[in-house]
Design a protein around this ligand. Structure first.
Ligand SMILES: C[S@@+](CC[C@H](N)C(=O)[O-])C[C@H]1O[C@@H](n2cnc3c(N)ncnc32)[C@H](O)[C@@H]1O
Length: 288
C-alpha cells in the first residue's frame, strides 16, 4: 500500500463507526467513510474541537451540522502547493488529500524528464493534479463536466500564482472530449484520470466505470505521444480489485508502448496509531 504521511496541514485524527475526524489546517471536520466498520468510541464525545459534522441522509445526499464557527473557505498547504477548502455537498471538501501521493509522483516524473510535458487531466475536479503538474512546469488540459468544479480549479491556480501557467480548461464529457482530441490529432505525454463509479457529462451523458472505463483507456492510448511518460488511473470505486486496473493497462497502453505497470491501494496514516485508512486504488503505467 502507498501510505500518505507527508502532510503538515492535514491529518486524520481518529476513525470510528463509519466516520473520520480530520484536521484541515486548524478546522476539524467529522465526515462519513464507508471503510470504517470498526468501533473506536464515540468521536463526538471524545473530541470537543469539532467544527462541523456531515450527516448522511437516508434519502441520499446529506447536510453539514456546524458545531463551531467555520470559515466559508480556507486553505491548506502541501509542500509548496496551496488548495482552497470549503464544506460542500456529498461530504466533499474540494480536495482528496491522499492524492498527494500522486502529486509527488507526477512532479518528480515531469521534472526528471527535463522536457516539455503535455498532460491531460480527466475527471479533473478542483484541479489538485492540475496544480501539481503546472507547478512542475508541464502544460495541462483540465477536463471536467462541472462548471463549478472548473471555476474552483481556477481559484486553486490563483492561490498558487499559476494564473499565467499553460492550462486549458474544458467543461465537457470526458469521452466526448477524448474522441474530439483524437479527431484533431492532438497528443499528450501524460494522462491522468480519476473516474467516479457513476457520473454525468456536461450534457447529461452517463458515465459508468464498469461499462466505460476500458473503452476510455483504450481511446486514451490513441492520444499518447511517441514518447509517453505516464498514464494514471485513480479510483475510489469499491468492489474492483487493483488487478482489474493492471489488466486494463496491460490490454491497452502496454500493447502499444513498452512500460511498467504498478497498481496499489492508497491510504492515509491515522494519527497516534499504527492504523491506515484505505482511500482507493491508484494504477500507473510508466515508460521503461
Ligand atoms: C470525485 S471527482 C474525482 C476526484 C479528483 N480528481 C481528485 O482526486 O481530487 C470526479 C469528477 O468527475 C467529474 N465527472 C463525472 N462524470 C463526468 C463525465 N462524464 N465527464 C467529465 N467529468 C465528469 C465530476 O464533475 C467530478 O468533478
Amino acid at each position: 500500500m502507498l501510505v500518505s504521511n507527508e502532510w503538515k496541514d492535514y491529518e486524520i485524527i481518529d476513525c470510528s463507526c463509519g466516520e473520520k475526524l480530520e484536521r484541515w489546517n486548524n478546522i476539524y471536520l467529522l465526515r462519513p467513510d464507508p471503510q470504517i466498520i470498526w468501533d473506536n468510541g464515540n468521536l463526538k464525545e471524545k473530541y470537543n474541537n469539532i467544527n462541523a459534522h456531515y450527516h448522511r441522509s437516508n434519502k441520499g445526499g446529506g447536510y453539514w451540522e456546524n458545531l463551531k464557527q467555520t470559515p466559508e473557505k480556507w486553505t491548506v498547504s502541501y509542500k509548496n502547493l496551496k488548495f482552497n477548502i470549503k464544506q460542500m455537498g456529498f461530504k466533499h471538501t474540494g480536495l482528496f488529500p491522499e492524492q498527494n501521493i500522486n502529486w509527488d509522483y507526477m512532479i518528480n516524473k515531469i521534472k526528471e524528464s527535463k522536457r516539455n510535458i503535455k498532460v491531460l487531466n480527466l475527471f479533473a475536479y478542483t484541479g489538485g493534479a492540475t496544480v501539481a503538474c503546472l507547478s512542475a512546469g508541464a502544460s495541462v488540459c483540465h477536463v471536467d463536466s462541472s462548471r463549478g468544479m472548473v471555476d474552483w480549479a481556477k481559484e486553486n491556480l490563483k492561490s498558487n500564482n499559476l494564473t499565467d501557467a499553460p492550462v486549458r480548461f474544458i467543461v465537457d464529457d470526458v469521452v466526448k472530449f477524448v474522441k474530439r482530441e483524437i479527431r484533431r490529432g492532438n497528443k499528450y505525454d501524460a494522462i491522468i484520470m480519476d473516474p467516479p463509479s457513476y457520473g454525468r457529462g456536461s450534457n447529461n451523458e452517463v458515465w459508468d466505470i464498469e461499462k466505460d472505463l476500458f473503452y476510455l483507456v483504450n481511446l486514451c492510448t490513441e492520444l499518447l505521444s511517441d514518447n509517453p511518460l505516464f498514464l494514471i488511473i485513480n479510483t475510489y470505486t469499491t468492489g474492483l480489485s487493483k488487478e482489474v486496473f493492471t489488466n486494463i493497462l496491460k490490454m491497452t497502453v502496454n500493447k502499444q508502448y513498452e512500460g511498467n505497470i504498478t497498481s496499489e491501494e492508497i491510504g492515509i496514516a491515522i494519527k497516534d496509531s499504527d492504523l491506515v485508512l484505505p482511500c482507493g486504488i491508484t494504477s500507473r503505467w510508466e515508460c521503461k
